[in-house]
Design a protein around this ligand. Sequence first.
Ligand code: CO
Length: 133
Amino acid sequence: MFERIDHVGIAVPDLDAAVERYRRALGAEPVHRERVEDQGVEEVLFRLGDGYVQLLGALGPDTPVGRFLERRGPGVHHVGYRVADVARELERLRAAGFRPVDEAPRRGSRGTTIAFLHPAGMEGVLVELVQEP
Ligand code: CO
């Protein structure tokens, strides 16, 4: 079961400029910044209630976010949903006919465990499952 929305991930071409713009718009300071080398991204999180807005900058053009920006420009890249157990949810979703991008759970930022689901089965939206450490 998906418990709630954990974050909305937004791909941006200039991370520092986007952070400044969102800082002013949300009236809040970022709570986390991290480079996730194996995903080729640097992310900044703003906390809003129980969830986050996640700004995603590409570490290079040949990365998932780099290719997304090239193809579609800045915008919503994925929606993260909080789950209690990523491995169990992957199993359940696979059995229900959904197509995972990740065959097994892997490490996300902030020590989370994550896995992505293919956008084709989710009305065009890349979906991330997020389990807190
Ligand atoms: Co995410």
